[in-house]
Design a protein around this ligand. Structure first.
Ligand SMILES: [Zn+2]
Length: 255
């Protein structure tokens, strides 16, 4: 089972593949209360959300979040709070929760269980062009992670089924990935393509050294499932999903 939903109606989901690694994490649905847009200085995760997610071992009193700008800048944090402008947030500190906010964009978790490092990325088409996912792997590698040791997960986001784009997207994408972009973009008419951001980002992860068999993507499309998720494409102005994770607190080794 690639996804486990929690609550009725479901307020959030977790991925058994990450649970098996002991990584506290969750990604909310539209039925999760208390989430706002990232704004300074107030945490965008309210008390009601914290209560829903606390049983997973996530301390949302110490959540680090970004002013997301569709770029590829990486912010390294060792405490909660607003980490500034960027789209990748990285930590080596246990129990510091990292959060990214999305409505169609990809939320990507990168976890190095042995090296005890964690990064979350927010990636839309602009972040794909700027190679935010690759930047996240690169930043983890600089801090000491071997990319082959990483586990990656892609959370509910817009699928190729629902993501038609025009030249404004394809021109920068094809300039950034001249040899690859045609594998991700299916022509649908004059000046129109269906874009597969999942494939584009999975390529960036594997080309940065992440093992393909360690990338989990349940391929849940926010556009297809507006009953469960928020979709900026389908709904225009809408709420945000939050994907949050924290390195597990260090426990004493058993005798
Ligand atoms: Zn869809």
């Amino acid at each position: 089972m690639p996804v486990r939903f929690h609550g009725s109606p479901a307020t959030h989901l977790t991925l058994p593949a990450l649970e098996a690694l002991g990584l506290p994490h969750a990604s909310t649905t539209r039925h999760c209360p208390g989430i706002t847009h990232p704004s300074e200085p107030v945490s965008p995760i309210g008390r009601e959300t914290a209560a829903v997610l606390a049983p997973l071992g996530l301390d949302l009193g110490r959540v680090a979040f970004l002013r997301q700008v569709h770029g590829a800048a990486v912010r390294t944090v060792d405490a909660g709070g607003n980490a500034g402008e960027g789209d990748v947030v990285l930590t080596t500190k246990p129990a510091v929760s990292l959060a990214v906010f999305t409505a169609d964009c990809l939320a990507v978790i990168l976890h190095d269980p042995a090296g005890r490092r964690l990064a979350l990325a927010h990636v839309g088409w602009r972040g794909t062009v700027k190679a935010a996912a690759r930047a996240a792997v690169g930043a983890l590698a600089v801090s000491g992670t071997r990319p082959m040791d990483l586990h990656a997960a892609v959370f509910p986001s817009i699928g190729p089924c629902c993501y038609e784009v025009d030249r404004a997207v394809i021109e920068p994408l094809s300039a950034a990935f001249p040899d690859r972009w045609e594998a991700w973009a299916q022509p649908t008419g004059p000046g129109k393509w269906r874009l597969d951001l999942w494939a584009a980002n999975e390529f960036q992860l594997t080309s940065a050294g992440v093992r393909p068999d360690r990338i989990v993507n349940p391929r849940l499309c926010t556009g297809c499932r507006t009953d469960l998720f928020f979709s900026y494409r389908k709904e225009g102005s809408c709420g945000r999903l939050v994907t949050v994770a924290a390195l597990p607190a260090v426990t004493e080794a058993s005798p």
